[in-house]
Write a protein of this length. Sequence first.
Length: 301
Amino acid sequence: MLDYRYQTFLILTRYLNYTKAAQVLNLSQPTVTKHIQYLEDNLGTKLFHYNERHLQLTSQGEILRKGVLALNGQVEKIMAELDQSKAVRDFKVGVSRTIGEDYIHQHTCLFCERPNANIELLVENCVTLFAMLHSKKIDFALISGPVGDSDLEKIPFYHDEIVAACSPRHHLANQDIPFSRLENERILLREEGSGIANALKLYLPDANKRLNSLTNLSRIGNNQLIKNFIMDNDGIGFFFKISIEVQLQDNTISLINVKELKIGQDFYLVYLKDTKTKEEVTQMLKIFAPEDNIKGWTARE
């Protein structure tokens, strides 16, 4: 199957305008740029260039365009034949708020093609998703945080880091500081039970002591609202870096290098043990982890 970034490439060849391509794809312009840069780096060639401020395909880009169109035709033919022989299944998939708001639209192409599955997405925090898995209200969960439940299988599909962020106008923007410098600052953090709150509690050295030392800590259950406050210079927030990639590129949010805050966290595909076939799990990974980040995964037949 062709990488979803080739579809971004085809749309850009049609309009030759990054802004228009982003609108058609319902992506941000930095995401479209990132897709094209990935293809150029992976293929070792330039695909576009500017001529008198007009975007044009290079000769290598034209060769790729023709080849991808031909391959798309073959893929569509194969998929049509497969669809005739396979029943479409329904899956209820719960996703944590970070994954729902920031991962899925940047790293998957959920609605670009028929994945031979009807997906119903539910967005909740991680604690709620764990409960829904155990009660079998959902088939799978995508979790942006630690998973310590021995009744659950977990497969990492993305790796991120936790960062502290603020407005570029904040007095701590782009500084190297110890965690103790945050104690008297206004801190905005997701609610208890969120993936980022769970990861901080698990991996931050002396987590309870450090979090309890934050005398002006507010809990907010929505990433976008926290980002809005921070861009207005109304505090400091902890985020998975994926949540603020666009704002970092736009210079509307800056990082703070907190010395004790060196925390990496996997995102997981999670399901109850012994309830899913290898084919079902593989199908979910193809939909939600198209970059093939899964290494050496095996599952029970």
